[in-house]
Design a protein around this ligand. Structure first.
Ligand SMILES: Nc1ncnc2c1ncn2[C@@H]1O[C@H](COP(=O)(O)OP(=O)(O)OP(=O)(O)O)[C@@H](O)[C@H]1O
Ligand SMILES: Cc1ncc(CO)c(N)n1
Length: 281
């Protein structure tokens, strides 16, 4: 089969390389729902199993790195993957494996969401993998989407203001990614009431602002945001449009779930607009 050939009748294909969230709100499950919601066929390579729900991560069982590679190669050898998103990479060995694939030019339109800690506070990346992220993977990312805490870890300094969030985006771009979005879901102090992301693209910083949805159902917002960017890139959108449209998609998905009470912790998003459309069934 020729993996590069894609008939006009086929949907675009995106690949997520990420961890499984048994609770269904984040990770692979969020990624595949987002791809489907945005009209993209999703393939997946699972980097870890997590025993997780809306309240806590109870356990993590990483995939051996050679089997992550086997999954990615099985997909790439067969399907016309147009964009790739990475999420939880769990171990230094998996970071190295994915970075090797990226360095070999095998991961097109690569969106890297540098997942390190879950919103419930559980580590999702070995601490000794952080340096490898910076040195081996970031240079190959087309788009990097850290939240504020991840940007702090990658840069080794505190980010407390919007000005510092803007500076962080610029400094992360200097490490290799063409485009950086420093997400403000965990608000910086001078943007109350808003979720302000800073987009660094083509040498300039720009703020993407939305009203902050209250209610706390934002489990998987970061995974879904990065997947939406990858899906829109797979559909051929230019990078800046993909990021701004992903921001609008994620706002609608968070807003839709604001009245839900699924689980005792941070609930999942309304990926398919169920809250505003006719009730399923
Ligand atoms: N309460 C909210 N209201 C509106 N937008 C939000 C809210 N929370 C997050 N967002 C948006 O969702 C996207 C993901 O940002 P966030 O900072 O939550 O990522 P994250 O911390 O990686 O998510 P996760 O909880 O999956 O780890 C960003 O575009 C951010 O602005
Ligand atoms: C598997 C997985 N990936 C990413 C996150 C971050 O939201 C999570 N909680 N679980």
């Amino acid at each position: 089969m020729n993996a590069a050939a894609n008939s006009a009748a086929n949907p675009p294909v995106a690949l997520t390389i990420a961890g499984s969230d048994s609770g269904g709100g984040a990770g692979i499950q969020a990624d595949l729902k987002t791809f489907a919601a945005l009209g993209v066929f999703g393939a997946s390579a699972v980097t870890a199993l997590t025993a997780q729900n809306t309240a806590a991560v109870r356990g993590v069982h990483p995939t051996p790195a050679p089997f992550v590679l086997a999954q990615v190669e099985a997909v790439l050898d067969d399907l016309p993957v147009a964009a790739v998103k990475t999420g939880m990479l769990a171990t230094a060995e998996i970071v190295r494996t994915v970075a090797g694939l990226a360095a070999a030019g095998r991961l097109p339109r690569l969106v890297v969401d540098p997942v390190m800690v879950s919103s419930s506070g559980h580590r999702l990346l070995e601490p000794d993998a952080e340096r490898r992220y910076v040195e081996e993977l970031l240079p190959h990312a087309q788009v990097l989407t850290p939240n504020l805490r991840e940007a702090e870890v990658l840069l080794g300094r505190r980010i407390g203001t919007l000005a510092e969030q803007r500076a962080a985006a610029a400094d992360l771009a200097a490490l290799g990614p063409a485009t950086v979005v420093v997400k403000g879901g965990h608000s910086v102090s001078d943007t109350p009431g808003e979720a302000v992301d800073v987009l660094w693209h083509r040498g300039a910083a720009r703020e993407l602002r939305s009203r902050r949805v209250e209610g706390g159902n934002n489990h998987g917002s970061g995974c879904s945001f990065a997947s939406a960017i990858a899906a829109l890139l797979a559909r051929g959108r230019p990078v800046e449009a993909a990021v701004t449209e992903a921001k609008a998609y994620i706002w609608t998905a968070i807003r839709g779930a604001a009245g839900w009470s699924l689980g005792a912790g941070h609930g999942p998003l309304d990926h398919f607009g169920w809250a505003s459309g006719p009730a399923p069934g």
